[in-house]
Write a new protein. Structure first.
Length: 423
């Protein structure tokens, strides 16, 4: 496959699959501007105007140091594919850069048309050694969505809402989610220096973390008097089964009410969110609906009957803890239980991550991660600004602590007291 055909297919994939219409000119603009980041950064300058881009290398002003690539006003994916190929050849010729590296740069630029999208290179490095952070770009800033329980970041005190300004000398504002993830990963035992800002701090602080192999913990369960407690750190293939078994054990231990802790839970699989919801809702209830550009992406997902016959769990009072680190699939669970009046949602406004992402493999072994649809709650509500809890603890003393211990965790203490009064 020629480079022009490769880029043409990548552009066409984005235009066909992205949740919002994207013009070929928009994609050309994003991709070509990204070439300024090819090392040494700034060696290539890119001026995009109308339907062309002027690329310049060096200060000589000679014809060999400048190239103009253009595309028609009604450009197709093939037009942009040819323009990207020509620009890439110029960069390779002037800087002697590896062609695969230049291709990765252009693909990373294409993915920037989606604020939550990313280009996933074929080699993502050591995915098991990191600092234990879920991160997102929000309003041009790299924000901590959730520290992973027990990981280096949580032990160092990082929390949801912290802004990462710099990672090992690289500005967080210039990074996509995947770029930042690659910088945070590395060899086990290596150091990662972060410059972190927090609303309560007068100035940013440098926090140095030691990378380690991260093992996301499974469900955690505890008993607090007659209240059973289950913490879900993420939603995977086995989450619903594990949760059902945990509730069975808590019942046997005397639980007369349940707390489902979704704080700092970044979600996971859409199917897992539906399966967890149907543990607590009658058969046939709508959990969520997805809305995309094609009919195949418009889906209404309902609860099904339990094959085991032990569920749904409808007799135990239920409260769900949320905060601004509760995102995506975890928001689907909380909103479904709120919409149907099955649970009291307690905490602070959630993240508002309503985009559903899909992965599209590319011929070079990499892939594009794109937003292909958005989800609505079971009552067709949009929670782009976050799900509002039934009991808002914003500003309450101790509410921000997520310690899973009512003596130190103000939100958990409030929920236990609430369920005890109802019992």
């Amino acid at each position: 496959m020629s480079p022009a055909e490769f880029f043409t297919r990548a552009v066409a994939t984005i235009q066909r699959q992205h949740v919002e219409p994207v013009s070929a000119t928009q994609l050309a603009d994003r991709a070509l501007r990204e070439l300024e980041s090819v090392p040494p950064a700034g060696a290539i300058r890119v001026l995009v105007r109308d339907n062309e881009a002027v690329l310049t290398h060096g200060e000589s002003g000679s014809a060999a140091a400048t190239v103009t690539v253009a595309w028609p006003a009604d450009a197709t994916a093939a037009d942009v594919g040819r323009a990207l190929t020509e620009a890439g050849r110029f960069v390779i010729g002037r800087l002697g850069t590896n062609p695969e590296s230049v291709a990765d740069t252009l693909l990373r630029g294409l993915a920037r048309v989606d604020v939550n999208g990313a280009y996933l290179p074929a080699d993502l490095g050591d995915a098991t050694a990191g600092v234990g952070l879920e991160i997102r770009m929000r309003d041009g800033a790299l924000v901590v969505l959730s520290p992973i329980e027990g990981g280096p970041a949580e032990r160092a005190g990082l929390r949801a809402g912290d802004r990462i300004l710099v990672i090992d000398g690289v500005s967080g504002a210039a990074l996509q989610n995947t770029d930042a993830g690659r910088l945070l990963r590395g060899a086990a035992g290596s150091r990662a220096a972060l410059l972190v800002a927090r609303r309560e701090w007068d100035q940013p602080r440098e926090i140095v973390l030691i990378r380690e192999r991260i093992r996301v913990p499974t469900l955690q369960r505890k008993m607090f008097g007659g209240v059973g407690y289950v913490r879900i750190s993420s939603l995977g293939e086995q989450t619903a089964r594990q949760l059902g078994s945990a509730v069975d054990v808590l019942r046997a231990e005397g639980a007369t009410a349940l707390v489902l802790d979704l704080r700092n839970s970044p979600g996971g699989l859409l199917t897992a969110a539906v399966e967890v919801s149907e543990l607590f809702l009658p058969e046939g209830r709508l959990v969520t609906s997805t809305v995309g550009r094609s009919p195949a992406q418009n889906v209404r997902l309902r609860t099904r009957a339990s094959a085991q016959g032990r569920w749904p769990i409808l007799d135990l009072p239920l409260a769900v803890l949320v905060n601004d680190g509760t995102a995506a699939g975890s928001e689907i669970v909380a909103s479904a239980l709120q919409d149907w009046g099955r649970a009291t949602i307690v905490g602070t406004r959630t993240a508002g991550h309503t985009r559903i992402m899909s992965i599209f493999p590319l011929a070079n072994g990499g892939a594009l991660k794109l937003t292909t649809s958005r989800w609505l709650t079971s009552k067709d509500r949009s929670v782009d600004e976050g799900l509002e809890p039934d009991i808002d603890l914003t500003g309450d003393a101790g509410a921000e602590s997520v310690a899973r211990d009512p003596d130190r965790d103000g939100s958990l203490r409030r929920v236990i007291e609430l369920l005890a009064r109802r019992g």
